[in-house]
Design a protein around this ligand. Sequence first.
Ligand SMILES: Cc1cc2nc3c(=O)[nH]c(=O)nc-3n(C[C@H](O)[C@H](O)[C@H](O)COP(=O)(O)O)c2cc1C
Length: 322
Amino acid sequence: MIEAKEDITWILAPMDGITDRCYRNAWMEVFGNYSTMKQAVSPFVTLVRGNTVRKSHLADLFPRYNRMEVEPQILGNEAEYFAPMARALSDMGYTSVNWNLGCPMRQVAGKRRGSGMLPYPGMIESFLNRVLPGSPLALSVKIRLGYFAKEEVFPVIEVLNRFPLKYVAIHPRIGKQLYTGEVDWDTLEEALGLLKHECVYSGDINSEERAQAFHRRFPAVSRIMLGRGVIADPFLPCRLSGTIFSAEEEKRIFARFTAVLFRNYREAGLPERTVLQRQKMFWSRFSGNFVPPNGFGQVKTVVDTAAYQRICLGLFGEDWHL
Ligand SMILES: Cc1cc2nc3c(=O)[nH]c(=O)nc-3n(C[C@H](O)[C@H](O)[C@H](O)COP(=O)(O)O)c2cc1C
């Protein structure tokens, strides 16, 4: 259990293709009562050309489908497409939006979007100058340390400091690294020395020890995102909030979680193939003693959802019910 756990707000990190509403709602339904993690930033939606945004583009964000408190995230560099998006989100009841300046994917960064914009602080400044006045939404930003080099973060922070942002989330890697290598807490420390906004931290908090080490080094950072750590071990936010389950309880709760995940994806009306792919993706990431031995080995071979259900019943028995 992390010291000062009451002072820390845990936030589910945005993960494209993973932390959509089916996942968020399943996590909240099964683990929500045992953890203080009640908020998420959504995976990005892209800014779109035109004066209106189609509802289907924002389906993941319909408030009536969301059990968690969600802050939507947008990706793009076209200031002229921001106003219709902000209007649509505001009409849905949102009061703030997060701007993605961290995505490292080549198709995105190569077009100077996501982390690909970090080497160009002038572009960031001009975007903010154009979108902030008159925006119905508050804006927060999620950045990396740079795209090519970590030093890019300093001029970016100088620009961000000049605008009224809600917070700046920092994932201390550079875009070129993707998700490899270590997070760079030394450069983060330097960056925090300059930053005038609240910092939300994101990166490699995947155990109580890591959370503890981060908190010791950065005691002033009180909002922390959990990403791959919670996907691998959905109990992590519970432990970080002080709730410990026995091994037996963990197995039972994990069975329930996989059943609710499956149910949510099926009920979302996705094609059967997609529902199955999603379950396999989650199983490939699950890691901990609560996972039945050779669970993923069995799940990855199934070819339809009926077979998937049979495998789960075999693995969990009556604990697995929809
Ligand atoms: C598969 C995947 C998808 C991601 N999608 C997004 C995204 O849509 N928006 C975003 O800001 N960050 C995204 N991220 C970055 C995470 O939010 C987070 O900053 C990063 O994974 C580091 O934190 P972690 O070590 O806790 O996972 C993604 C990461 C992964 C691995």
